[in-house]
Design a protein around this ligand. Structure first.
Ligand SMILES: NC(=O)c1ccc[n+]([C@@H]2O[C@H](COP(=O)([O-])OP(=O)(O)OC[C@H]3O[C@@H](n4cnc5c(N)ncnc54)[C@H](OP(=O)(O)O)[C@@H]3O)[C@@H](O)[C@H]2O)c1
Length: 281
């Protein structure tokens, strides 16, 4: 199996890039794709799927924009069927906790007849440093429609380690790993921990979801993304996902990375440097 490339859908994504780097350093060949790669893969264009899949036997699949969107179910169904027809044998699917749409997609994979793994993840810690929350942090104030609900944010490096284990260790086949960080924290607590670590004051402000969506609308954020963020901050972020789960330990035999360690790595990466430089100026 080491000879045929492992397909990675989401080459430059937060998890895809890390999975790609880890597999390559272990000596595996990879074929990492997204819309911008020379062999292009676009979830919106099923004509691009077959060339990406052909010649591969296992795949790491991240769906865009999110398995919660209503059209994801039909898309995943079509993709999994094609993958089977083309000869893919094993799919590791990145899923989200507490999302009905994600669970429907999981079911499609589990009942497909393919060998499978599901990595069902909590919110990513890296959302604070590599995604939509970074801008707020750099502005000194994160404004979100989230109150006192705690979330066990997971370090994306842990997700990548679990995905690589699932792709390369046959003893893990046909298992679901529900992966979270080791502590549930509210957004306000996360911001306090980041603020303490970087030595720069940061503020978290909770606003009503309608005000948040109106602001996104004024910024020209597409309607589907508005729908998704409303769904994530209301239906999904209602307390159902507070519980810490043991998926990282089950897959890797070690505890999940703490949020403080994540903060340390983010500081090292330089992503929050503009704030730290302000402090030392
Ligand atoms: N963020 C969280 O807290 C969280 C929690 C649980 C689960 N998830 C799930 O994680 C998945 C995302 O994984 P990730 O964070 O590793 O990826 P990511 O960082 O969101 O990936 C971004 C990449 O996806 C590619 N992309 C965008 N639209 C695409 C399309 N239509 N077809 C193909 N590629 C496309 C883009 O590359 P190109 O521009 O080159 O196409 C972009 O670089 C989503 O399914 C999300 O629901 C996220």
């Amino acid at each position: 199996m080491k000879q045929s490339p492992i397909l990675i859908i989401g080459k430059n994504g937060k998890t895809g890039a890390r999975v790609n780097q880890r597999l390559q350093s272990l000596g595996y060949k990879t074929r990492a794709v997204s819309r911008s790669t020379s062999l292009s893969f676009d979830w919106e264009n099923s004509d691009t799927w077959r060339p990406a899949i052909e010649g591969t036997h296992s795949a790491y699949v991240t769906y865009q924009p999110d398995l919660a969107v209503p059209r994801a179910e039909a898309t995943i169904k079509e993709f999994v069927q094609l993958a089977k027809d083309v000869g893919l044998e094993h799919i590791v699917l990145l899923s989200g906790r507490g999302e009905d749409g994600a669970q429907r997609a999981e079911e499609i994979l589990k009942t497909s007849g393919l060998s499978w793994n599901i990595v069902r993840a909590s919110w990513f810690a890296q959302n604070f440093s590599e995604s939509f929350m970074l801008e707020g942090i750099l502005d000194g104030e994160l404004v979100l429609p989230a109150g006192d609900i705690a979330e066990p944010f997971i370090d994306v490096d842990d997700i990548a380690d679990v995905v690589v284990a699932a792709l390369t260790e046959t003893s893990h086949r046909n298992k679901l790993f529900e992966v979270t960080g080791p502590r549930a924290l509210t957004f306000a607590q996360c911001i306090d921990e980041i603020s303490d670590a970087i030595g720069h004051p940061l503020k978290f402000t909770s606003i009503p979801v309608d005000a948040y969506i109106n602001a996104l609308n004024e910024q020209g954020v597409p309607k589907e993304m508005q729908w998704l963020l409303r769904e994530l901050f209301t239906v999904v972020f209602d307390g159902r996902n507070c519980e810490v789960m043991s998926g990282v330990e089950e897959a890797l035999g070690r505890p999940a990375t703490d949020f403080k360690t994540y903060i340390h790595k983010a500081i090292e990466s330089g992503v929050w440097n503009p704030l730290m430089q302000k402090k030392s100026a």
